[in-house]
Design a protein around this ligand. Structure first.
Ligand code: MCA
Ligand code: AMP
Length: 493
């Protein structure tokens, strides 16, 4: 199968910009070829070796994600914000043998993890320079990408996408959202999730467009470029649009007008990864005259539903199935729901769907019913457009677009010797969608601060509860199960 035809076709066009430096497609092609030759080291295919990398948004990251696959491997991009314990889980689940990372990402804790797991650490510049002699053509069904996702059971699972599913995601979005080689897009989302990796980076690079790389979300730097009409397309999670509006309110009128005009001049503003509240949709339109194109996706599926590029975009709705996507809605007992107004769980078949959870056939089997992937999201259909009502499980939390497992956070907190019991829930929040809250029963006295500090060693910052209650007992039902719906009220006031 063809893999990034733009690399050979887009020549001197600029692929990536990182601060003052830019990389043309020819240069990106050379960087990719170097990764291919260096990783293969004389072999003709990596044969689905999982090659992990821990690079921030950079030219090296782009060369790796394309090059690992071109060499027949599976790219495993890891979060640069992950704790050593989280990285250890990812590396062991995917049975990684080689981890590529720049010197500044190395640490004693990570050295210990890699030593224990027998993982070699090396930087892109350590790869041997040579010619890739004979590289095997890519087969559609071979693995291309593993992205970790949290679920309702156990620790994060490695979602395996194939060359075919990644290509289908990219080709379908290029067509649906009208990507052009003249497009320029900023990339500030994390590069260990589909939104940043596929919707932004891979779509743009496949189409021969230009991506401006940001190390992190930076409202001031971004708005400066927006005011100068640098961008034609903008994609973000709702929390980021909330943060942008907050930032715009700090500007004087003339500057604010320049930025909002910059957004107005773009051809497309996309919101996704979490529900976009209707007031946010309306406020953004009032400020920028852009009507968000809201879409619905999932790590296992890529994008499934989308408001139209041309045509009516309805606030509070996620549109219709993208081409190649089949959707039905199921009742709790698994029956097909035909009445559009009756809520049902979305079940999806799509050419963009994942192949498996790596090394976890049991979870893979449970994720499907008769070949339909069960999303856990509940929806109705309003006059032909899907509306997401929420999730089937209370144990999945969406904060700032990150999907978090309450059970995983509880299991981590329970590792503290002074924590006896814990229940974690998501509380509604105007900025973050939901924030993480924990009710804790202590075995011995412990301050909130010390528990937070302790947690930082074990979890990414965005998983750490923002609200805490220390209590003598958790509310439980007759079976002894914590009644989480009752817990929300405890955090009010
Ligand atoms: C950062 N913090 C968070 C989050 N992000 N807390 C809860 N939830 C979060 N999502 C914490 C930081 O650790 C920090 O804590 C404090 O908030 C303040 O950080 P700040 O600098 O203000 O925030 P930030 O670093 O600018 O991050 C905000 C963000 C980020 C840019 C909105 O959350 C983000 O990039 N979210 C996007 C996630 C994403 O791409 N999801 C897509 C997956 P402290 O100060 O204590 O350290 S979903 C997907 O891929 C599917 C397919 C789809 O549909 O798209
Ligand atoms: P992830 O597993 O991180 O890919 O997150 C996927 C989940 O994000 C979905 O199952 C939904 O719960 C949620 N999601 C994504 N897009 C939207 C949207 N536009 N509206 C509501 N929920 C969304």
């Amino acid at each position: 199968m063809a893999w990034f035809p733009s690399l050979n076709q887009s020549g001197e066009a600029v692929a990536l910009v990182d601060g003052e430096r830019s990389l043309t497609y020819n240069e990106l092609n050379n960087a990719v070829m170097r990764v291919v030759a260096g990783l293969l080291n004389g072999e003709d295919s990596l044969k689905e070796e999982r090659v992990a990398f821990l690079y921030p948004a950079s030219f090296d990251y782009a060369a790796l994600i394309i090059g690992v696959v071109a060499a027949g491997g599976i790219a495993v991009p890891l979060s640069v914000h992950a704790s050593a314990g989280e990285l250890s889980h990812y590396l062991s689940v995917a049975a990684v043998r080689r981890l590529l990372l720049p010197g500044e990402m190395r640490s004693e804790a990570l050295d210990a993890v890699c030593e224990a797991l027998g993982v070699a650490q090396l930087a892109v510049e350590d790869l041997s320079v040579g010619e890739a002699s004979h590289v095997l053509p890519l087969a559609a069904e071979q693995g291309a990408l593993i992205v970790f996702t949290s679920g309702t059971t156990g620790k994060p699972k490695g979602v395996v996408h194939t060359v075919a599913s990644v290509s289908a995601m990219v080709i379908s979005l290029i067509e649906a959202w009208g990507w052009e080689a003249t497009d320029v897009i900023p990339l500030f989302l994390p590069l260990h999730h589909i939104h940043g990796i596929v919707n932004i980076l891979l779509c743009a690079l496949w189409r021969g467009a230009t991506v401006d790389l940001y190390a992190r979300f930076d409202a001031e730097g971004l708005c400066h470029k927006v005011a100068n009409d640098r961008y034609s397309v903008f994609m973000a999670v709702p929390t980021i649009y909330v943060k942008l509006i907050t930032y715009l309110k700090t500007l004087d009128e003339a500057k604010c007008d320049r930025v909002t005009e910059g957004f107005a001049n773009m051809r497309l503003n996309v919101s996704g990864s979490a529900a976009c509240p209707v007031p946010l949709f309306n406020e953004w339109e009032a400020l920028t005259s852009q009507r968000f194109l809201e879409r619905y996706g999932m790590t296992e599926l890529g994008m499934a539903l989308s408001n139209p590029y041309e045509g009516e975009r309805r606030p509070g709705h996620v549109g219709q199935p993208l081409p190649g996507v089949l959707i039905k809605r199921l009742s709790e007992s698994g029956e097909n729901i035909t009445d559009p107004a009756t809520p049902g769980e979305l079940a999806v078949k799509s050419c963009t769907a994942f192949r498996e959870y790596w090394g976890n056939p049991e979870s893979t089997a449970k994720a499907f019913a008769d070949g339909w992937f069960l999303t856990g999201d509940i929806a109705v259909i309003d006059e032909g457009a899907y509306r997401i009502l929420g999730r089937a499980s209370i144990d999945i939390i969406k904060s700032g677009g990150y999907k978090l497992s309450a059970l995983e956070i509880e299991a981590t907190l329970l590792e503290h010797p002074d924590v006896d019991e814990v229940a974690v829930i998501g509380l509604p929040d105007d900025e973050w969608g939901e924030i993480v809250a924990a009710a804790v029963v202590l075995a011995n006295p412990l301050s909130e601060d010390s528990l937070v500090q302790w947690s930082r060693e074990l979890m990414s910052g965005y998983k750490i509860p923002r609200k805490w209650i220390f209590t003598d007992a958790l509310p439980r039902n007759a079976l002894g199960k914590v009644t989480k719906p009752l817990l929300s009220a405890w955090f009010e006031g």
